[in-house]
Design a protein around this ligand. Structure first.
Ligand SMILES: Cc1cc2nc3c(=O)[nH]c(=O)nc-3n(C[C@H](O)[C@H](O)[C@H](O)COP(=O)(O)O)c2cc1C
Length: 203
């Protein structure tokens, strides 16, 4: 697990890119990897995260009271605090985003002490959302819920989003999206995220 705190020059916003899936063959992890490449190409300090590197128990208030925040939560939270933006590729489970994402957000939303500003991992961050699914809608139905969750804890979520349907056949062997329109839409979404984060860093 990396516990390094990202740093970047003023013009290179730090973007954390990750998927809401742990699955080895995850389509959303593929989409995240691609988004990370595009963010780098747009001049960001883009960092691909694997949530598997930050294993967290299911949130339990008794556990938190007894032991404080788990090490993985503290390590991941430090990375969120230090970043400017998030790119999240989320699977859709029964019309929702995944419990992995909800549990991660819940832990990261917790304060270690009263001195810590509330929601330090999320306040004033900017996020772009995407999804991939073997289904025809590409996981689109889960994204409004994720948008509401993040918006409610201080994240500015970009209006545009991307859903990649038929994901089993959407990626070429080199990891790129076969469909040119989808590839262009991903590039535009990531470009908007990087540009917005860059402008906000200057404020
Ligand atoms: C519990 C569960 C519920 C699912 N519900 C949906 C759904 O509502 N819509 C959909 O498009 N796919 C649904 N799927 C299929 C997922 O989109 C598919 O498993 C996808 O590959 C998961 O993302 P990943 O490849 O990034 O792991 C569901 C899968 C699981 C395990």
């Amino acid at each position: 697990m990396s516990e390094t705190t990202p740093s970047s020059s003023d013009d290179r916003p730090v973007i954390l890119v990750f998927a809401g899936s742990l699955r080895q063959g995850s389509f959303n992890r593929r989409l995240a990897a691609l988004a990370c490449q595009r963010a780098t190409a747009h001049g960001a300090d883009a960092q691909l995260l694997e949530l598997a590197d930050y294993p967290m128990p299911l949130y339990d208030g008794d556990l938190e009271e007894a032991e404080g925040l788990p090490d993985a939560v503290r390590a991941l939270k430090a990375r969120f605090v230090a970043c400017d933006g998030l790119f999240i590729a989320s699977p859709e489970y029964n019309g929702f985003f995944t419990p992995l994402l909800k549990n991660t957000v819940d832990w990261l939303s917790r304060r270690e002490s009263a001195d810590e500003p509330p929601l330090a991992a999320f306040a004033d961050k900017t996020a772009a959302l995407a999804a991939a699914s073997p289904g025809g809608l590409g996981g689109l139905r889960g994204l409004p819920h994720l948008r509401v969750l993040l918006s409610g804890i201080g994240v500015q979520v970009l209006p545009k989003q991307l859903a990649v349907g038929g994901a089993g056949d959407a990626f070429a062997d080199d990891g790129s999206l076969k469909d040119g329109d989808q590839a262009a839409a991903l590039d535009a979404l990531v470009g908007r995220l990087v540009d917005t984060c860059r402008k906000l860093r200057r404020d």
